[in-house]
Design a protein. Structure first.
Length: 151
């Protein structure tokens, strides 16, 4: 895990949040940040959800900017380390956001309706896959640097 760059993880957290917000919130219109607490069926509730989405995107931007600043101050990363760490960060975003917002707090679900648990679990599964792929990418870089025969 030491080969996974904190800067790349921060980029992944922000980018994962941006993809979620852009795709699920804006393009597919499956949910907004607070849509289970404040269904966007009135102008006031829609406004609350849009403010929540905006604050969420502001947090994502913060993660990306801090990640970029960290990349600028840290050692130069290989492409595999950068993309591996970004995948770990994106997966961590899915795992935290999916567990806290979807399952524990219930502020929204990936897609509300009869199969919402399936969508929420799929979101978590994607997070696990992204973390595993990112760690494997970073491990292969570490192994190449040390000459270890691990695959």
């Amino acid at each position: 895990m030491s080969q996974v760059s904190r800067a790349a993880i921060l980029l992944g957290l922000g980018l994962g949040g941006f993809v979620d917000g852009i795709v699920a919130h804006q393009i597919l219109n499956w949910h907004h940040m607070l849509s289970s607490w404040y269904p966007p069926d009135t102008a006031e509730n829609l406004h609350l959800n849009m403010v929540g989405d905006g604050l969420f995107h502001l947090l994502c931007l913060f993660f990306v900017l801090v990640g970029i600043a960290s990349l600028n101050r840290g050692p130069r990363l290989t492409s595999r380390t950068l993309w591996g760490g970004t995948a770990v960060g994106w997966g961590a975003f899915n795992l935290v956001e999916g567990t806290v917002d979807h399952l524990l707090l219930g502020v929204h679900h990936v897609r509300s309706g009869p199969h919402q648990l399936g969508y929420d679990l799929g979101f978590l599964a994607l997070g696990v896959v992204l973390v595993m792929v990112g760690l494997l990418m970073s491990r292969r870089v570490a192994d190449a640097d040390t000459g270890s025969p691990h695959v």
